[in-house]
Design a protein around this ligand. Sequence first.
Ligand SMILES: N[C@@H](CCC(=O)N[C@@H](CS)C(=O)NCC(=O)O)C(=O)O
Length: 206
Amino acid sequence: MYKLYTRAGSGGFVVEAALELAGAPFERIDVAKGADPDLLFREISPLRQVPALVLPDGEAMTESAAICQLIAERYPYARLAPASDGIGRADFLRWMAFMTSVVYPAILRIYYASRYTADAAGAGAVRAAAIAELDRGFGIVEQALAGRRWLAGERMSVADVYLLMLVYWLPEAGKADAAWPNIARLCAMLKDVPVIKDLNVRHELW
Ligand SMILES: N[C@@H](CCC(=O)N[C@@H](CS)C(=O)NCC(=O)O)C(=O)O
């Protein structure tokens, strides 16, 4: 049994989706924002961030993209990612890394702006720069999706679910519909997937 430290509306969304789609048994442990977490959580997630996953053998890990990749490897029949020698594998790895290293951190700079400046009055400027960086990042993903349905290969992967989550964290609701039609189309397809639809009841991303 896996044990997932998560929170509604957080990066736990994509990990929960991966576990559900894989049919992996897991227990959710909700970590309330700002609450003093239990000792085990502090040990496995020194930044006190969710998601954090404890594996059935007791090993633990953080980092949403790495967790999703591990689940995809452990449950290959769920086809959460293209096979390591399959079509779309390079795209899968590229976009997972891009989303976790470019887009996700820019979103964090919006919601935790004061952490990214030593200037007490600087949070507004951090947010403005983060929004510009997000426009750049989503613009690159938008271009890559031209003429294709999914980010990697010919079928949905957990990279698409990752993208969906990031889109619905944007402070400006409806931005994708207005600015990035290829991304908006992908999101519309995913929102109809029963597991994703059910997960959103708890996460309320849209
Ligand atoms: N790089 C981490 C980022 C995780 C992260 O920033 N989680 C947020 C929720 S989406 C969090 O727990 N923030 C609380 C904090 O930083 O204090 C990942 O990809 O999992």
